[in-house]
Design a protein around this ligand. Structure first.
Ligand SMILES: C[S@@+](CC[C@H](N)C(=O)[O-])C[C@H]1O[C@@H](n2cnc3c(N)ncnc32)[C@H](O)[C@@H]1O
Length: 340
């Protein structure tokens, strides 16, 4: 990943934030904080809320459902995974710059608002009527929901930090589930599952065909008779916004006085894959800004190709399910495979 060094410096209002502030009601303007002035975190909070409100109000899909190797979900109050609900909050970073390393918060910020696929995973888990393994479970957007619905869930992710947070959230909600820190291509568990699921972009993050083949072999080895592997793929190639479309808005969240903002910058071809770049910014309560460009590589993949790869390891295509695109997120196709 391309990770330029962290350069803390006094925060000057981001042009995007400035535009959002322009859109705010006149009463929101505050004397002494005109464009270009240094601002405090408190000022950003207002811009952050305005950005979320604008996103909800504005049509056009400017934001990709992309995040990956390091994490994200912006949970609004009341959401199952809300980091700010009564279940106890994680402590914010102590020093400016630390926030950029906060995998959990970035997964919350960048993925947590995505909900279009949840009903589908619930339905698949219900139909499976047996233990479910989620690959790339992150901090539990899907796994916690399935466990709350009474499912017997195992959540696997290669990030120990995300798994620890998932456990913390499960404990806070009195949910029981099993967790595993392991790669999707090399896990070995001593039991089998009625369903193995891979939501969001996991399939695009495995390092191309060889990584996917390893995952498929491990998944097949862990499927109970009659079990199914259900894995999501992006339904369309992410790209730049249509000409004339408004620029994307940042995903934003506020936690313990720290403000996190993640702005999609571009999607560009890179060595046979796509690189999605985001500007991540963290403003400390003191007003100090840290920022970096986060780059995630997405392997190109379509359902035909994935089903052919699955067939090569003895998994046959059962059905394809669609998750519709939303204003904020591209749609996806969920390929459901069963042991041939
Ligand atoms: C886009 S997030 C999705 C998180 C969660 N499934 C959800 O839907 O909210 C992708 C997750 O896959 C994990 N991941 C990426 N590559 C992985 C691999 N090779 N093995 C296990 N986990 C992986 C990341 O750590 C991240 O938590």
């Amino acid at each position: 990943l391309y990770r330029p060094p962290v350069r803390p410096r006094p925060f000057r209002r981001h042009p995007q934030a400035r535009a959002q502030r322009r859109d705010q009601a006149a009463g929101d303007r505050r004397a002494g904080h005109d464009a270009g002035d240094d601002v405090r975190a408190a000022d950003l909070h207002r811009a952050a809320r305005a950005a979320q409100a604008a996103r909800r109000a504005r049509p056009g899909r400017g934001v990709l459902a992309v995040s990956a190797l390091r994490s994200g979900d912006f949970s609004s109050p009341g959401d199952d995974n809300s980091p700010e609900d009564a279940e106890g909050r994680r402590a914010g970073p102590r020093r400016a710059g630390d926030g950029l390393e906060d995998e959990v918060t970035w997964q919350d910020v960048e993925c947590g608002s995505y909900a279009a696929d949840l009903v589908l995973w619930s339905q698949l888990a219900r139909e499976a009527a047996g233990p479910v393994l989620e690959l790339g479970a992150g901090c539990g957007r899907v796994a916690l929901r399935l466990a709350a619905e009474g499912g017997e869930v195992t959540a696997l992710d290669h990030s120990a930090a995300l798994v620890a947070e998932l456990e913390r959230r499960a404990g806070a909600r009195g949910l029981e589930l099993e967790t595993v820190v392991a790669g999707a291509g090399d896990f070995r568990l001593d039991r089998k599952f009625a369903a193995i699921i891979a939501p969001m972009q996991l399939l695009h993050l495995l390092g191309g065909a060889p990584g996917r083949a390893r995952m498929l072999v491990r998944a097949r080895a862990h499927l109970a008779p009659g079990g199914a592997l259900a894995a999501a793929l992006l339904a369309e190639r992410p790209g730049p916004p249509a000409p004339g479309a408004p620029p994307p808005l940042p995903d934003v969240a506020e936690r313990d006085g720290w403000v996190y903002s993640s702005l999609p910058l571009e999607v560009r071809p890179l060595a046979g894959a796509l690189e999605v770049r985001r500007l991540r910014q963290v403003v400390a309560p003191s007003g100090e800004l840290s920022e970096e460009v986060d780059a995630v590589r997405l392997d190109p993949l379509d359902p035909d190709r994935f089903e052919a790869e699955a067939a090569a390891v003895g998994l046959r295509a059962r059905e394809r399910l669609a998750v519709a695109a939303t204003d904020d997120h591209v749609g996806s196709v969920v390929c459901v495979l069963e042991v041939a």
